[in-house]
Design a protein around this ligand. Structure first.
Ligand code: ADP
Ligand code: MG
Length: 318
């Protein structure tokens, strides 16, 4: 097969759609391996699979520590680091609050009393990991971890690693909106990654990247609307117990690692612009595209030549 022929693959995994575009002679084998990896990671990290590492950690909360795989350990360690880095706005132990709001089935917000009660369980310091024993556990019954805001990014990094191991030098991976790129396109041009318009069909812009991850958290894909017309999205503020209302409706992070970009995009969506910029100042080589609720786009100045808007919309470089 010639090197510039694309092979595309599409499948479901980790609760979302996964698509890959891979160039090169081992493309087919690499795609099969990536699909297998998606299944393997879901079986370790899903909260909804009782035998998964995360399922067992949550079921054993307040009782025992569970043996975990090195992959789960790696995600858990990073989740705790991003929890610290964001002063708990990204929160590894957000599980009980996610369950309470249950955006998939809810039609109205939970009562204030219930929120207060559940908030008392959200404390990432109660999530302990032990590298010598390869175990993890939660101190109190009712607590749970949730890697919904970081796991797909981890998977994305693994796909790129697999492609590299198969000798691939040009690939594009998209797992539920978490995009990762390997190298440039085969013609040497940068990949252009579309940024969805948060309030209309189609794109608001696109960013050119080589070998980077581009991950967005927004309020427009997973949410419910109550009978008063209020929108409640799936990203929650662990300080208030309510869906994040930071003024941002879309937060995109561009970084070398998709896991970093995934966790930070969730954190920034909760933090808002001001606090969000403080958080990314602590990280090396991370850029952002932030959209607020009046559709102003704030773009890192490093992306000046790399970001284009599709519509006539105002961009402020920061
Ligand atoms: P998506 O999964 O839609 O791409 P995110 O990466 O932002 O979006 O992850 C959102 C998911 O992360 C939620 O569905 C939930 O499982 C979890 N989550 C919600 N709020 C937080 C938070 N403050 N910190 C960490 N994880 C969160
Ligand atoms: Mg995320």
């Amino acid at each position: 097969m010639k090197n510039n022929i694309a092979l595309d693959a599409f499948h479901y995994g980790m609760g979302t759609q996964i698509s890959h575009r891979v160039y090169g002679s081992n493309a087919k084998e690499a795609l099969n391996a990536a699909q297998g990896e998606a299944k393997r990671l879901e079986d370790l990290l899903s909260r909804f699979i009782p035998q998964s590492d995360v399922g067992r950690i949550n079921a054993s909360a307040g009782k025992v520590q569970e043996k975990i795989s090195k992959e789960t350990f790696c995600v858990a360690k990073s989740a705790l680091e991003f929890t610290r880095l964001s002063d708990g706005l990204f929160n590894a132990a957000i599980g009980p609050l996610v369950d309470l709001w249950d955006y998939k089935h809810s039609t109205k917000p939970p009562s204030k009393e219930k929120i207060v009660q559940v908030l008392s369980l959200i404390n990432a310091e109660d999530f302990e990991i032990n590298s010598a024993q390869m175990t993890a556990g939660l101190k109190r019954k009712g607590q749970s971890i949730d890697f919904g805001g970081i796991g797909k990014g981890f998977a994305s990094d693994r796909f790129i690693k697999i492609f590299t191991d198969y000798g691939i030098t040009s690939a594009f991976s998209n797992i539920g909106g978490n995009v990762s790129t390997l190298g440039s396109k085969p013609d040497g041009k940068a990949w252009r990654v579309g940024i969805k318009h948060p309030r209309q069909d189609g794109l608001i812009g696109a960013v050119a990247v080589n070998g980077k991850a581009v991950v967005t958290s927004g309020d427009y894909e997973r949410f419910f609307i109550d009978n008063l017309g209020r929108r409640f999205c799936h990203i929650l503020n662990p300080l208030t117990g309510y869906p994040a209302r930071s003024g941002l409706i879309s937060a995109t992070v561009i970084a070398d690692s998709a896991m970093t970009a995934d966790a930070l995009s969730t954190a920034l969506f909760v933090a808002g612009i001001e606090k969000g910029l403080e958080i990314i100042k602590k990280c090396d080589d991370v850029q952002v595209i932030l959209i607020d609720d009046i559709l102003t786009i704030y773009v890192s100045k490093e992306l000046n030549q790399k970001f284009d808007t599709i519509t006539d919309i105002s961009v402020r470089y920061i």
